[in-house]
Structures are given as C-alpha cells and as structure tokens.
Ligand binder design. Structure first.
Ligand SMILES: Cc1cc2nc3c(=O)[nH]c(=O)nc-3n(C[C@H](O)[C@H](O)[C@H](O)COP(=O)(O)OP(=O)(O)OC[C@H]3O[C@@H](n4cnc5c(N)ncnc54)[C@H](O)[C@@H]3O)c2cc1C
Length: 419
C-alpha cells in the first residue's frame, strides 16, 4: 500500500488547488476523484472578479470573460451593469480539468477513484482509504483503466474536498441538516442562433432566489438557486422554462419582455420551446447554506484531518457562490499545513471569510424579504436604475468585492449620488 503525506478526497476546485499548493512545496499528495470522465459538476461556473484577481492564472482556463451583466428585478425591471472588473464563466469540465492538471504538474498523484465512506479508517500513522465499488456507471468504463474496488492508500493527513454531499465531512464533522442546504438546478442549452448571448441574473417573482443565464463558449448554463425551504420543483421548473423562453425571445426581438405574461408571438415561443425540449440537459445539485448558528459551532479541522470548500460548508448563503471559498479555503489550509500548524486553519478561515459568510446567512432572509412594502431586490434594482452610487455598489457585489457586513451602510451612503 502506497503511503502519502496528504490524502485529498475530491478533485474539484478546492481539492485540486490544495493538492497543487502542497505538491509544489514537496508534500507527497494523493488526490482522488470518482466523477466519471466528461461528466460536469452541476454549476453555473461563474467566477468573480475577486477570485480572478486573487489567482490570475484562472484566466488561462478555457472560459469566457464577461464585462456586462443584465439584471432584472422580480417585477421584470431591467438594469444594465457595465462591470468595472469582468468576471469569468467556465464549463466545469474545462475548469476542473485545468486545476487538476496543475495539481498533476506540481507532482500530486491523481487517482480516478471514488473513496468509499465505509472504507475510511483511522490508523496509528494517520488514515487508510479504500476505493468503493464504483464501476456501476457505464461512463466509468470509458476510462483507460478502471480500478477494481478494494484498492487502498494510506496517509498522514486526510482532507475532505468531496463537495456538498461530503462523506468525509459526515464522518468527521457530522451531517448538516437538509435545511442548511440550498437547492440549485438548471439546464445546459444551446447558444442562441441570433443576437448576442448576454449574462443575465433575474431575481424571481414571488420566490426566494434568482435565475441565471451564463453563456459559455459552446452553450448556456441556465439555472435557479433557491433555499431548501422554498424549493418546490414544479412551479420553479416552470419559472425557469419561462425565463429560458424569455431569454431566447429577447434575442430575436430586443423589445420583448423577459417574463412575458401574454405571448405576442405564439409560433415563435412554440418553436423555441420545442427546440429546448430536445436539446436542453437538466442538472441539479445542492449547495451548502449554513445557518447563522452553525457558522459558530461547526469545526472544519481536527487532529490529522481538514475539510475544504463545499465539504466544509463554505458557500455564500445569499448567492450560492462557492468557487472563491473553495479556492481560498484550499489556500489557507495549505499555508497552515506547510508551516506545520494545520490546526491554525480553523482560525484562519474564520478571520478571512467566516465573519462575512455568517453575515450573509443573517442577511439572507432580509435580502429576499420585503423593504418598504416591496421585495428588497425590487427596491435595490429600482434604486440602482436611478442612482449611480447604488449601481456601483451592486457592481461591486457581483464582482465579489462588496461584502454583506457593510452592505446596508454602503447602499445608504451611495444613495447620496444620484445620476
Ligand atoms: C447548480 C449550481 C450552480 C452553481 N453556480 C455557481 C457559480 O456560478 N459560481 C460559484 O462560485 N459557485 C457556484 N456553485 C457552487 C459551486 O459549484 C461549489 O461551491 C464549488 O464547486 C465547490 O468546490 P469544491 O471543490 O468544494 O467541491 P466540488 O466542486 O463539488 O468538487 C468535489 C469533487 O469531489 C468528488 N467526490 C465526491 N465524493 C467523492 C468520493 N467519495 N471519492 C472521490 N471523489 C469524490 C466529486 O466528483 C467532485 O469532483 C453552484 C452550485 C450548484 C449546485
């Protein structure tokens, strides 16, 4: 059995980045991922300007940078945002492969293996991991050499970077209740045949959450993110179809409304719907959305183990953004590990972004709640349409540069600068 200094389960952004940083410093790292080749992680793939500034090499991954964003209030009022700093949209196949490749080049050994939760054992020297019987998915068979179930690896440090449904986290930090998960689902659909393909975020009429259209190089990712409590499959799926229809309709007729109640051109809508019905691929997954209290009580590292990214619960409870936190937690963990103080990781993530994410979960209800008799998001878009300052704050929020801790203060102060 091969012995490693670090065993990292999950090669999403968190696991691959941690593997790269540790391997680069000479640590013997094994990185495992059980996802069938060519199967993307369900994700919008949006990476904020803040993340691109922190790790400019991300721009080398094949993706699309976006300098403009169309936003819509719940009642359908549009707001065009010219972003001072662009964000990027990636296919998660391309993005994950890019980061995994960097880990490999840095010296990490990568195993296409799904680690069985029951196969994780503590030993005197650390841990042993066993591969689960994962060859049931036929796509796995396209791999060059699928392993037989039962391979084992040993190592000193166990890192759980295995996403929102993390079995490593369940074992070491306890299961999160379903109420602390957000739901996101959507469709990958073809790029429009006519017109531009703008990036769109539309706050939902009558529901918590928002819909997005994120154009990638060869398709668009449409989706809705909402809370577990608010999730109702049928009406939300219908809402997403209306949104997709509105998106393509606007490409053909720029004057068309996004959420059209009355159909002005039934033939066109029927044609778009038919095309989507045969081309759109559905996806769905959870995103952690920790409650205010859990931010205080949850521990994400201990003697010879640590959790990163979604496995740790690190996603923005208002927007569901998690890629930045996956990468940042990987970096903070790697830095702590490399100076022989792995337990300092707990304090470091709390200082770095923990307070902000806790504040976001306190804000969630208000962000999607009412303000002066209308949804807060309606007011925010409405004010931004007539106040340059508020528009700028909104741009910073999209860029990941505006936190929630001082959001209210910033919005109030910015209202002093009318257009
Ligand atoms: C629909 C949707 C849309 C989203 N859109 C955005 C967005 O636009 N921008 C953004 O910032 N965030 C978005 N998120 C959140 C984002 O996807 C996650 O926060 C991010 O991927 C977390 O990275 P990670 O590395 O922690 O986990 P993941 O990306 O989930 O990676 C975990 C990896 O572990 C592997 N794995 C799991 N179990 C095992 C096992 N037992 N053995 C081996 N390998 C295992 C998986 O195959 C996977 O590759 C979205 C989430 C969803 C669900």
């Amino acid at each position: 059995m091969e012995h490693f200094e670090a065993l990292i389960v999950g090669a999403g952004p968190a696991g691959s980045f941690a593997a790269e940083l540790l391997a680069k410093a000479g640590v013997k790292v094994a990185l495992f991922d059980g996802r069938p080749e060519g199967e993307p992680k369900a994700c919008g793939g949006g990476v904020t300007a803040k993340a691109l500034k922190a790790w400019p090499h991300l721009l080398n991954a094949v993706g699309r940078t976006v300098g403009e964003l169309e936003m819509y209030s719940p009642s359908g009022k549009p707001l065009h945002l010219q972003l001072e700093e662009p964000f990027a949209i990636y296919s998660r196949i391309a993005f994950d492969l890019y980061l995994r490749d960097r880990a490999r080049k840095a010296g990490a050994e990568i195993f296409p293996a799904k680690i069985s939760a029951r196969g994780i054992r503590r030993t005197q020297n650390g841990w042993t991991l066993r591969e689960g019987a994962g060859a049931s998915n036929p796509k796995r068979l396209t791999r060059p050499a699928p392993r037989a179930a039962g391979c084992e690896w040993s190592g000193q440090m166990l890192v759980g970077a295995d996403g929102a449904g993390s079995s490593v986290a369940r074992l070491l930090a306890g299961r999160l209740p379903p109420s602390e998960m957000e739901v996101a689902f959507g469709y990958r659909a073809p790029l429009p045949e006519v017109g531009e393909s703008p990036a769109v975020i539309a706050f939902l009429p009558g529901w918590i959450g928002y819909a997005w259209a994120f154009p990638r190089l060869d398709h668009i990712s449409f989706g809705i993110a909402t809370t577990q409590e608010a999730f109702e499959h049928q009406p939300l799926d219908k809402l997403l179809w209306d949104f997709m229809l509105g998106y393509y309709r606007q490409r053909e007729d720029p004057k068309a409304k996004l959420w059209a109640r009355r159909q002005s051109d039934r033939g066109r809508d029927h044609r778009i719907r038919e095309k989507l019905a045969t081309t759109a691929e559905r996806y769905a997954a959870r995103i952690p959305g920790l409650s205010d209290k859990t931010w205080d009580t949850r521990r994400v590292c201990g003697e010879a183990w640590a959790l990163l990214g979604d496995a740790a619960g690190f996603a923005d409870p208002v927007t569901g953004e998690g890629i930045y936190y996956a990468l940042r937690s990987a970096e903070l963990f790697a830095e702590s590990f490399l100076v022989q103080t792995p337990l300092a990781y707990e304090e470091r993530w709390r200082e770095d972004f923990g307070r902000e994410l806790k504040r976001a979960s306190q804000m969630r209800r208000r962000f999607y709640g009412n303000f002066w008799g209308a949804p807060f998001t309606e007011r925010m878009i409405g004010f931004a349409r007539s106040h340059r300052g508020i528009k700028r704050v909104l741009g910073d929020l999209v860029a990941g540069e505006q936190g929630y801790v001082d959001l209210k203060k910033k919005l109030a102060r910015s209202a002093m600068w009318p257009v």
